[in-house]
Design a protein around this ligand. Structure first.
Ligand code: FAD
Ligand code: 2HG
Ligand code: ZN
Length: 479
């Protein structure tokens, strides 16, 4: 990348327009609107225009110009994230850079169990590319039809199969990244082993666009599962669910791929609001687990192993009853029930969300303590605590009181509720953001909960990689 002479904002923006051409710039307000507010509608921003480069070279040219003119850049993928990380400030001086045109699968290597995808590839298309060579890309989220792999890596997304395959960070082999000044790190290695100095790749994963722009990623693939068993299991509560998880991991030879906890209220919300969802079991139960076990070989015994383990769990009081998916459509229906909980919760009015992680074994104690703490602050709020308990990650969410009570009064409690929940998290010394990141929503929380030495090291890294502070300012790091 050639050095770009310092330039004025107006001049730089004009040169970016000339570089990208009309197809690479979105101006019309009716078209820019969707780039300027976040998925939950919590933030609203403005931008001179939306820049849509189609190649890594174009991304590099845009950044070089922005860096020279000190124009802030807000990278955006599918815009499905929860903390306002992809929304520009309302001042109108930050350039939104959408990656959606950078959407080619560059390489699929079945023998190496890897593929290279550009950042703007929608997650579902990455999964399909892997499937086309009989491989699995296991990252799986409710938003997979619109989120992009660059966004998944930048938020280090978790999702529904992390208990088996890990989070986005665990699934990446190498990255191509454009730095703030427009230089490109060509790190698209597909190697499993490479101990040649600092691991720069890991810096950009989970950085939410504050250290560089991911333009492509080399990703790990796995054998396609040949045998899948999906069960919807009624459980008495969280402790039973955790005990059941250990039992099923042991009994199936660690084949548990998904282990999602749903309290009754979450199931009721989906039945009420999501067309086609019905109660998989005849009578209501306190809580449920959506559990999937799978193996990459044809295994006629897997179902029997699971049934035996569930039978023992029922005898022991860790499970009440269970139903199995007997067809692809039944499996899809169970997944739909789980994946549509966020949407169903939206239909129940305002919600206040906490995305926390504690050690798996501490989940029951955390749930007890945090439930009691929020009941003190907002006795009529409805607790919807669900999620990826196989990873110790609970979406400890609250819905406004039933019957359309005083929404404003409920939302006014947001800070107090946050303090109550995060004080419990602190007691277990764990994470205030398990999978949704920091964005602009949780910067102050980060300041309070992150180890100060770690925070100082993060600031040093930011200063070294983005000395002019043009990459997604106002996100992640507290002021
Ligand atoms: P965006 O929202 O566009 O951006 C996210 C952040 O990354 C921003 O800070 C942005 O600036 C930055 N960024 C985007 N692309 C790049 C890039 N190429 N280079 C550098 N920075 C970039 N999340 C989970 O972890 N697990 C779940 O189970 C889950 N389920 C969800 C279900 C639903 C229905 C919804 C709506 C969301 C869910 N999410 C979940 C949240 C969200 O989908 C994820 O955070 C996802 O990874 C965001 O991807 P995106 O492409 O939409 O990123
Ligand atoms: C999920 O697990 C997502 O469904 C969204 O991470 C969680 O809405 C939420 O709180
Ligand atoms: Zn989640």
């Amino acid at each position: 990348m050639q050095a770009v002479a310092p330039t004025s904002h107006v001049d730089a923006l004009q040169r970016i327009r000339a570089t990208l051409g009309p197809a690479g710039c979105i101006d019309a307000p009716e078209q820019t609107a969707r780039f300027l507010t976040d998925f939950r509608g919590q933030y609203r921003g403005a931008t001179p225009f939306v820049a849509c480069p189609a190649t890594t070279t174009e991304v590099a040219q845009v950044l070089a110009l922005c860096n020279a003119a000190r124009i802030a850049v807000v990278p955006q993928g599918g815009n499905t994230s929860y903390c306002g990380g992809a929304t520009p400030s309302a001042r109108g001086d930050q350039l939104v850079l959408s990656l959606h045109r950078l959407n080619r699968i560059r390489e699929v290597d079945a023998a190496n169990f890897s593929l290279i995808a550009e950042a703007g590839c929608v997650l579902m298309n990455v999964q399909a590319a892997a499937r086309s060579v009989d491989r699995l890309f296991p990252l799986s989220l409710g938003s997979e039809g619109s989120c992009q792999i660059g966004g998944n890596l930048s938020t280090n997304a978790g999702g529904l199969a992390a208990v088996r395959y890990g989070v986005a960070r665990d699934l990446v082999l190498g990255l191509e990244v454009v730095l703030a000044d427009g230089r490109v790190i060509d790190g698209l290695s597909s190697l499993r082993k490479d101990n040649t100095g600092y691991d720069l790749r890991d810096l950009f994963v989970g950085a939410e666009g504050t250290l560089g722009i991911i333009t492509a990623a080399s990703l790990k693939l796995f054998p396609q599962p040949r045998t899948i068993e999906t069960a919807f299991i009624a459980v008495p509560g969280m402790q039973a669910a955790i005990d059941l998880l250990a039992r099923l991991r042991e009994a199936t030879g660690d084949c548990v791929t998904t282990f999602e906890y749903l309290p009754r209220i979450a199931v009721e919300f989906t039945i009420r609001h999501i067309p086609g969802v019905s109660d998989p079991l005849g009578v209501p139960h306190p809580a449920y687990v959506l559990c999937e076990v799978s193996t990459a070989r044809h295994d006629p015994h897997l179902r029997g192993l699971l049934e035996d383990a569930l039978g023992a769990a029922i005898d022991h009081g860790d499970a009440i009853e269970a139903t199995f998916a007997e067809s692809i459509s039944q499996r899809q229906a169970l997944w739909r029930l789980r994946e549509s909980v966020p949407e169903a919760q939206r239909h129940e009015g305002a919600s206040i969300k906490h995305d926390v992680a504690v050690p798996v074994a501490a989940l029951p104690a955390f749930l007890r303590q945090a439930s009691a703490a929020v009941a003190q602050v907002a006795p009529s709020a409805r607790l919807v605590a669900y999620g990826h308990v196989g990873d110790g990650n609970l979406h400890f969410n609250l819905s406004e009181p039933a019957g359309g009570g005083d929404r404003a009064a409920f939302l006014a409690l947001q800070q107090d509720l946050g303090h109550a929940v995060h004080a419990c998290v602190q007691e277990f010394k764990r994470s205030i953001s398990a999978e949704h990141g920091i964005g602009q929503l949780k910067r102050e929380l980060l300041a309070r909960h992150k180890d100060p030495v770690a925070l100082a090291a993060m600031r040093s890294i930011k200063q070294a990689l983005d000395p002019r502070g043009i990459l997604n300012p106002g996100k992640v790091l507290p002021d």
